[in-house]
Design a protein. Structure first.
Length: 269
């Protein structure tokens, strides 16, 4: 699995499994299958209500804990200094996998994001988590964060796809040494039949999902597509054995139409 080096030197797999909207046995089965295929990054969150199942799948996988990179996130109602520390401890207990690799602020809640970040810094300083970061932080939130952060976020997880190409945010994160991680990288399938994507995919004998994920990888972004289906999990994982031409990479960079599937982070500013 191809790795990205975060700004604190921690290595993170460049492609992972997102487990949003998976519950109970479905979540555990998806993580188990993904780990069998070769996925080594699992992205969950308190808000997903499946940390228990994720942890169970990892513990029973037979894979050494240090070979699996696990992310979870601070839920909105838990934001604030003391409540963040308590929420982190609850996630540790529920996951029951020894340690959390990456802990993120899930959404930039206005009244609490500063205190929440200070709590994350405490966790990081005390070596209770290997890396800390944010999610859904557009440029104004990063500007604000820079005024009080003593530790730079290692990751900014945002919605990102060829059809929601946040070029300026990506450049900002590159400049600041923040790794961009892409959720909903396949736009929940809404544009996979786009004729332009179909044409590009045909040149490589790949699916439109595979060339989309490959485009993100070549941009230095870390996609975390979601699937509970084994053939689709296999397909999404098979994106490292080919490379896009400069022309096709540039063409995919022109597909942006502002297609946001999830909420607008600016509602919190």
């Amino acid at each position: 699995m191809q790795q990205i080096t975060l700004n604190n030197g921690v290595m993170m797999p460049q492609l992972g499994l997102g487990v949003y909207d998976m519950y109970d046995r479905e979540a555990e089965t998806a993580v188990t299958t993904a780990l069998q295929i070769g996925y080594r990054l699992i992205d969950t969150a308190t808000m997903y209500r499946n940390e228990k199942e994720v942890g169970h799948a990892i513990r029973n996988s037979g894979i050494s804990r240090d070979q699996v990179f696990v992310t979870t996130k601070l839920a909105n109602p838990d934001q604030g200094y003391d409540s963040t520390l308590k929420a982190f401890e609850a996630s540790e207990r529920i996951l029951d996998i020894g340690h959390i690799d990456l802990y993120l602020i899930h959404w930039p809640i206005k009244a609490a994001r500063k205190d929440s970040w200070k709590a994350l810094e405490k966790l990081y300083d005390e070596k209770r988590v290997r890396a800390i970061g944010v999610a859904n932080y557009l440029e104004p939130f990063l500007d604000e964060l820079s005024t009080y952060a003593h530790v730079a976020p290692a990751v900014n997880q945002v919605e990102f796809s060829p059809f929601l190409n946040r070029k300026s945010l990506l450049e900002r994160c590159r400049k600041d040494g923040i790794t961009v991680q892409a959720y909903t990288p396949l736009s929940r399938g809404q544009r996979l039949a786009d004729p332009r994507l179909v044409e590009i995919a045909g040149r490589y004998g790949k699916s439109t999902a595979q060339v989309t994920l490959r485009w993100l990888v070549e941009m230095g972004i870390c996609p975390i597509p979601k699937s509970v289906n084994r053939p689709r999990l296999l397909e999404n994982f098979d994106v490292f054995g080919f490379a896009l031409s400069d022309a096709d990479r540039d063409a995919m960079g022109q597909l942006d139409e502002g297609l946001a599937i999830c909420g607008d982070p600016m509602e919190y500013f």
